[in-house]
Design a protein around this ligand. Structure first.
Ligand SMILES: Cc1cc2nc3c(=O)[nH]c(=O)nc-3n(C[C@H](O)[C@H](O)[C@H](O)COP(=O)(O)O)c2cc1C
Length: 170
């Protein structure tokens, strides 16, 4: 994959726009070294502790959750406009039951700074290492959001990933 390194704010509006439209793809690696990918619709990019940070929200029920807990790393991959079906699939199938890379013909590509892979077919990648994590607090969340998002519990864990490297396909 031919790519160039960019700043974390470069084309950020495109990344956030895609997250709101079809979702982004969050890649992780299992303790056995198997790559997995899940769709995320919620997240934030900004500066915290004088570092560039990508915050992702992952429910404990996700296979991805155990992978991030074990590895402390992840990659956020920005899909192309033609990858809507892939986002739907990766947002419904679980890595517990399926090899989503193989099922969708996605090609894992080695990242430079983390063990989680990039995805050949994606246009932009954020390589992240976890520098903080905390859970949504039941007693503190807005009542409407609680009933909309947490009727069954499964409160998201927020992973604060320091962005180590951002690349864009050329
Ligand atoms: C558009 C879309 C956005 C999603 N956003 C999130 C999210 O931000 N956090 C989350 O925990 N699950 C989210 N999901 C659900 C997971 O992607 C889904 O449960 C997935 O199957 C988990 O895969 P895994 O078990 O391989 O980790 C989303 C699903 C879709 C379709």
């Amino acid at each position: 994959m031919e790519s160039r390194e960019i700043g974390f704010t470069d084309n950020l509006a495109r990344t956030l726009g895609m997250m709101a439209k079809h979702g982004l793809l969050l890649t992780t690696i299992s303790a056995e070294g198997r790559p997995n990918v899940m769709t995320i619709g919620w997240g934030c990019v900004g500066t915290i502790w004088a570092r560039p940070v990508f915050i992702v929200l992952v429910r404990p029920s996700r296979f991805t959750f155990g992978n991030i807990e074990a590895a402390g790393q992840f990659v956020v991959a920005v899909p192309g406009d033609d990858m809507h079906e892939t986002c739907l699939y990766c947002g419904t199938a679980s890595g517990r039951d399926a090899d989503k890379f193989a099922e969708r013909g996605l090609t894992p590509v080695e990242a430079e700074t983390v063990a989680a892979p990039l995805i050949e077919q994606c246009v932009r990648h954020y390589e992240c290492t976890v520098i903080h994590r905390n859970d949504v607090v039941d007693a503190a969340i807005d009542a409407q959001i609680r009933s909309d998002a947490y009727a069954k519990g499964d409160f998201h864990r927020l992973y604060y990933g320091q962005i180590l490297r951002v690349t864009e396909r050329v």
